[in-house]
Design a protein around this ligand. Structure first.
Ligand SMILES: [Mg+2]
Length: 225
């Protein structure tokens, strides 16, 4: 007789625009490098080019970030991101979780440090610009990203049983409207919050709350959590 274990899943989680507020830190970096102040509500991917930043200046900003990848450690988490990360940490070992990002080389270490600070004890960060291929190779079944191109690429690369989610953000509004008009979303499920993905995948957000403090499991101890 076999004991039936938990249903194991392989998850791919994007970071910028999903857990981390890239925009605010990038705006500060643009100002430091170029002296230009740009708006913090992007309506498209390379919004800074609409705000008076030239291609040459943008290139300088990206070179600066590549030279000092500690930049990625300084990003603020979105509200609720800590809870999501803790919930994922709680099921790490039940499921296989990969954090997948197109951040430039050099970002891996700082991204892992950042995730650890947010409550994920032993994160695996994969840096890749080919998320479709990477997900296919890893057998990812659940994927979330805020970039429509990534969501579609991954959706097309995976079997139809996979769930691909796109987090709703101001910079993907146009695409979402186009998808809604065409009444087709390419099978990508659009979410307002990352927590919805956890809910749909049966990962309990509340389970994230208990945590070890000084080796003591404080689960359920009132007034501590
Ligand atoms: Mg992203």
């Amino acid at each position: 007789m076999f004991l039936e274990g938990p249903r194991r899943k392989i998850l791919g989680i994007d970071i910028d625009g999903v857990l981390a507020d890239f925009v605010t830190s990038f705006c500060i970096k643009v100002e430091q490098v170029t002296g230009k102040v740009i708006g913090k509500v992007p309506h498209r991917w390379s919004w800074y080019l609409d705000e008076g930043v030239t291609e040459v200046e943008a290139d300088k900003v990206w070179k600066e970030i590549a030279a000092y990848p500690h930049f990625w450690y300084g990003l603020g988490p979105y509200p609720g991101a800590r809870q999501v990360v803790e919930a994922l940490n709680h099921v790490d070992g039940v499921h296989d979780i990969y954090f997948m990002t197109t951040r430039p080389p050099g970002a891996k270490y700082w991204t892992e440090q950042w995730l650890q600070d947010l409550g994920f004890h032993n994160p695996t960060v994969l840096i890749t610009a080919r998320k479709g291929l990477a997900c296919q190779a890893l057998g990812v079944e659940v994927f979330i990203d805020d970039k429509p191109e990534n969501a579609l690429e991954v959706y097309r690369a995976l079997p139809p049983t996979a769930r691909v989610y796109m987090l709703s953000q101001p910079w993907n509004a146009e695409i979402r409207e186009a998808w809604a008009d065409e009444r087709r979303e390419g099978g990508v499920q659009v979410l307002e919050e990352v927590g919805e993905m956890l809910q749909r995948e049966g990962i309990d957000l509340l389970r994230a709350q208990p945590r070890l403090i000084g080796g003591l499991d404080v689960r359920g101890v009132e007034g501590v959590i």
